[in-house]
Design a protein around this ligand. Sequence first.
Ligand code: GRF
Length: 211
Amino acid sequence: MPSPSTPLRLAVLGSGRGTNLQSILDAIDQGTLAAQVVCVISDVPDALILERARRHHIPAFHISAAPFKSKLEGPAETAYIRTLKEHGADTIALAGFMRIIKTGLLAAFPGRILNIHPALLPSFPGAQSWKQALDHGAKITGCTVHLVDAGTDTGPIIIQRAVPVLADDTPESLHARIQEQEHLAYPEALRLFATTRIQIEGRRVRLLPPS
Ligand code: GRF
């Protein structure tokens, strides 16, 4: 595994627009994140995230996750792992990847898979968390970057950013403001991941200076 001074060899997996990928690429371009995005993979053939990657001359692949609807397992999981290894990825950033990660991928990249979730976990795990927060009447929500474990949105938390819920918010307006914070949180969490030693004590992530 890379030492804290080595740039991350990052693979980004997503199913949608790829605005978080964009924020990561911008941070790399601005010199605030020591990383290279070595490949982007999507389970959705026409996902904008693939287009964004290609615009940046990053190898970008659609790999079907069929026959499953909401998880990555079986031959599809094997194909993802093969592509990730072929491109020399050492860290995986899930950025709107709408599938549950299973043990094969977790074992292939132990402790090196991150996810961004659009709520302050453990509140509102699962889909459309911004709508869940609004429907629940929460006054504050936000976003969380966490390590991925075998559960859904349950892994140890690296960083969180809060977003107030406004009286006239719609699901769309709230999600848009959460995304503004995501675009700060994900590059920051990856920077911490790249430059510190991560020690996990129970559920708590401690970020220590490199040894
Ligand atoms: C983000 O809100 C992320 O938190 C959620 O899916 C969305 C992905 O957005 N998991 P994008 O594709 O990065 O624009």
